[in-house]
Design a protein around this ligand. Structure first.
Ligand SMILES: Nc1ncnc2c1ncn2[C@@H]1O[C@H](COP(=O)(O)OP(=O)(O)O)[C@@H](O)[C@H]1O
Ligand SMILES: [Mg+2]
Length: 235
């Protein structure tokens, strides 16, 4: 059974890479041949930093990169700015067809492909297209990573609204805590309010922790809830 997911975020730096790595480990441990993709990496020389991060979550990462590196990261640019500008600075142009070809090649070979976006959904890749256009043409269900903080309700509902407008299916929302701030009613209320107003499935919340194994244990029920909705068969 072939499956694919697109991981977007409410913003840049909200935890898309960490969640993509956790999804990679989760599906791999279910016995599914899983790979990740970073459509456009900016701020990296040659090798995609996000792909390197994803690979830290599994044992055979180096091998995957050796065999499929180019399709895993079809575009990498040096300057850490929006993809359309990073490409322009490097004298290049991002062609969505190339991203799609790489994606389809990976999907052919793997059970699950998890693609990470750049920034949020409305980030331009060239003068005509944004990241959401690529996700739409590939027909990928979307996992939304929302940083749980002040402002999360607005950013997450806007993300949901953009997906709804294009009839793109949402596999669920994962909240992420990016600080060690103590408990406050706001964190809990953000989740409840976003669930109520968006009508989308809330998959759970990742706590702040720098340890990958801790994060993975925290992620397990989130992964199971996602899997139940996807009806992916483990081997
Ligand atoms: N739950 C978490 N606990 C601690 N640090 C986190 C957590 N989630 C993300 N981070 C850290 O926050 C930073 C941004 O996360 P990242 O996954 O790279 O975001 P994005 O891919 O959306 O830009 C990284 O340094 C990452 O290691
Ligand atoms: Mg990232």
């Amino acid at each position: 059974m072939k499956n694919a997911l697109f991981v977007t975020g409410t913003d840049t730096g909200v935890g898309k890479t960490v969640v993509t790595g956790l999804l990679l480990k989760f599906f791999s441990e279910k016995g599914l041949r899983t790979i990740t993709q970073k459509w456009v990496q900016t701020g990296s020389c040659g090798v995609s930093e996000d792909i390197l991060e994803h690979m830290k979550f599994i044992d055979c990462g180096e091998n995957l990169m050796k065999l499929h590196g180019e399709d895993m990261a079809p575009y990498t640019f040096k300057v850490p700015v929006s993809p359309h500008l990073a490409a322009e600075i490097d004298g290049k142009k991002i062609v969505s067809e190339k991203i799609k070809r790489s994606f389809l090649k990976l999907r052919e070979e793997f059970d699950v492909v998890i693609a990470e976006g750049s920034g949020g959904l409305m980030v331009p890749i060239n003068e005509k297209e944004t990241i959401i256009d690529v996700a739409e043409t590939l027909g990928l269900p979307v996992v939304i990573v929302a940083e749980n903080r002040l402002g999360a309700i607005n950013q997450t509902l806007l993300t949901c609204e953009a997906l709804k407008r294009r009839k793109i299916s949402v596999a669920g929302i994962i909240f992420n805590r990016l600080s060690e701030e103590g408990e406050s009613k706001m964190f809990e209320d953000n989740i409840l309010t976003i669930g109520n107003l968006s009508g989308e499935k809330i998959l759970g919340e990742l706590r702040f922790n720098n340890n990958r194994e801790y994060l993975y244990q925290n992620f397990l029920p989130i992964g199971e809830k996602l899997l139940a909705g996807l009806r992916v068969k483990s081997r």
